[in-house]
Design a binder for this molecule. Structure first.
Ligand SMILES: [Zn+2]
Ligand SMILES: [Zn+2]
Length: 275
């Protein structure tokens, strides 16, 4: 059912497959680099070979990365924008060298810009990134956000607007349950769940939904504060997760919840039982 977690790569990128094997999962997300630093090395031929051979001998069907949190593709500061674009290009190259399918990225922060202008900037940045990597097969997935501070992407229409402006098959989207709930989309019961995904379909398109992040929310509906909770321990409740697994069987779904005390195992057990 394409259910997995965000895997750790401490000790080497290929270590993600050890964790995947232990958890018996068929999909995962990783950071291909330190997500809180700008500096990152390109993938060496050796790393690429090791990773791809581990991939081949694993049960993992699809794997993808999450881009650095420092990236802001909406920025009107030349220096930060250039660094963000360069970091995304480098990330696409790393993902390609590893055989990853997608890179998930947050749309960015408007800061002192009007949202409309900021969204235009994001679209221009992504167009530039796609043009600069013509032979790259990795898709860019923009993720919905909780809308903390001036973060774009809390409204599905933001993602829709960016996709509409970029007009590329290489751009699609990622849905995060916690972010949607914190942004005010109630997915806690069946009727509202349907309404939320109708809205997603209208604004973004269900065909553009390539990855789902399964996180419960410590904060309340519409709080605009992003705090991931273990499945069933937050304010979303288990019904939404049951419906998502049922309705999006073919979409890779990964947990991004704290890993202490073998909680990945616990959360996966709950999700599998719900399915
Ligand atoms: Zn994210
Ligand atoms: Zn997420």
């Amino acid at each position: 059912m394409l259910l997995g977690v965000h895997c750790s790569v401490s000790g080497g990128l290929e270590k993600a497959f050890d964790e995947a094997g232990k958890l018996d999962i068929d999909t995962f997300q990783i950071f291909t680099r330190n997500q809180r630093q700008w500096k990152a090395k390109p993938i060496s031929d050796d790393e690429s070979r090791t990773f791809k051979s581990a991939f081949k001998s694993s049960k993992v069907k699809i794997a993808f990365s999450h881009a650095s949190y420092l990236i802001n593709l909406a920025s009107n500061k030349d220096d930060l924008l250039q660094k963000s674009i360069d970091a995304m290009i480098a990330e696409l190259e790393r993902c390609d060298a590893l055989g990853l399918s997608y890179v998930v990225v947050h749309p960015g922060a408007a800061k002192d810009l009007e949202e409309k202008v900021a969204l235009d900037n994001v679209a221009k940045s992504i167009q530039h990134i796609i043009k600069a990597t013509p032979d790259n097969k990795v898709k860019i997935l923009i993720e919905n956000t909780a809308g903390q501070g001036t973060a774009l992407g809390y409204d599905f229409k933001h993602l829709g607007k960016i996709i509409e402006l970029v007009k590329s098959e290489r751009l699609a989207a990622c849905f995060d349950t916690c972010h949607a709930f914190a942004a005010g989309y109630d997915i806690s019961n069946k009727a509202i769940f349907e309404k939320t995904f109708n809205e997603w379909d209208k604004s973004v398109g269900l065909s553009k939904l390539k990855v789902i992040h399964l996180n419960d929310s410590k904060t309340s509906l519409g709080s605009r504060v992003d705090r991931h909770a273990h499945i069933g321990q937050g304010n979303i409740g288990t019904e939404a997760f049951k419906l998502i697994i049922k309705n999006f069987n073919d979409v890779p779904k990964v947990l991004e919840t704290p890993k202490e005390d073998n909680m990945d195992e616990e959360n996966l057990k709950i999700l599998k039982a719900l399915a």
